[in-house]
Ligand binder design. Structure first.
Ligand SMILES: [Zn+2]
Length: 299
């Protein structure tokens, strides 16, 4: 819920929509399920948005990447229409957004997206290699016009929040602060990125940052029978002696990854965003709630 409600303005025709120049496939396995999967990204018509198709299910309906289709699942972004569901789609959505792909049919043959190395770099690299083309229809823009603050609506004990500010220079700024109240193997840190910089900047500075967890969490997941195929090469694992069998790509890689997640969750609306989004301790749930609240608040 907003503790301070921002003024939010919607501009219908901001720029031309875009799609991929050609089909591109990315294969891997799901980090949770360990199931092999191919994600096939195909050019799509104006105004169709990003839609997932479960080719492994009979008569499966399209699953539009919209906040109203989001279903609650811990530590990930899942979407469902009827009984058709796709899981762990936030990194795919982040890479599509970073490449400025508005319309795309994503044909998949398993429920969970390929986890790759825990980042979105392989997806974004594939999209930029395929190329992105302009279409005829216009894309809308949602702009923060006066500041606001969003808190988690579930009344949970944590003080997670997202501050919203008007853009000072017609640029969109994302900031994420990771903060643990108790001692943790993962250090507190902040990352900032100006989304109006080129997709190549995102590819270099944000896309390579990987998902992360503590060794204790990793052991707990294994005991639950999930993530059996995951190694220290598919996610950053923080133990008492530092990173397990891996090296950081950036000093603040975890905060950069949370920023990557934010961009993916903010892609659950078919609009560009203009403003400053400064998040503190938030996760997928709050990001999605904020997107819905901002769309509702539009003038
Ligand atoms: Zn993530």
């Amino acid at each position: 819920m907003f503790s301070v409600k921002p003024r939010v303005v919607r501009v219908e025709a901001f720029r031309r929509q875009r799609t991929l120049a050609r089909q591109v496939d990315v294969a891997g396995f799901g980090l949770w399920t360990g199931v092999d999967v191919v994600y096939s990204f195909r050019p799509a018509e104006d105004n169709s948005g990003v839609r997932f198709f479960r080719a492994d299910l009979p008569n499966s309906p399209p699953i539009p990447a919209l906040v109203e289709n989001r279903v609650q699942k811990p530590r990930q972004t899942s979407l469902a229409v009827g009984s058709a569901q796709v899981d762990m789609v936030e990194h795919v959505l982040s890479a599509l957004r970073a490449a400025r792909v508005d319309n795309c049919d994503v044909v998949v043959n398993a429920p969970e997206a390929p986890g790759m190395d825990g980042s979105c770099e392989p997806f974004l690299r594939a999209f930029l290699e395929a190329g992105v083309v302009e279409q005829t229809a216009e894309r809308a823009l949602v702009k923060i016009d006066e500041p606001g603050t969003y808190y988690a609506s579930d009344g949970s004990s944590n003080d997670a929040k997202i501050e919203l500010l008007p853009s000072v220079s017609e640029e969109t700024l994302y900031e994420y602060t990771l903060h643990y109240d108790v001692p943790c193997e993962i250090p507190n840190q902040t990352a900032t990125f100006n989304f109006c910089r080129s997709p190549e900047c995102f590819l270099k500075e944000i896309a390579p940052s990987r998902t992360f967890l503590t060794l204790k969490e990793a052991e707990g997941l294994r005991r639950m029978g999930v993530c059996q195929r995951v190694t220290a090469q598919n996610a950053l694992v923080f133990g008492h002696e530092g990173i397990v069998d891996n090296e950081l790509r950036f000093e603040n890689e975890c905060a950069r990854h949370k920023l990557l997640d934010m961009v993916g969750d903010f892609a659950l609306a078919p609009v560009d965003w203009l403003g400053e989004f400064r998040a503190y301790k938030t996760g997928h749930q709050q990001n999605a709630e904020l997107v819905a609240a901002l769309l509702d608040a539009c003038e």
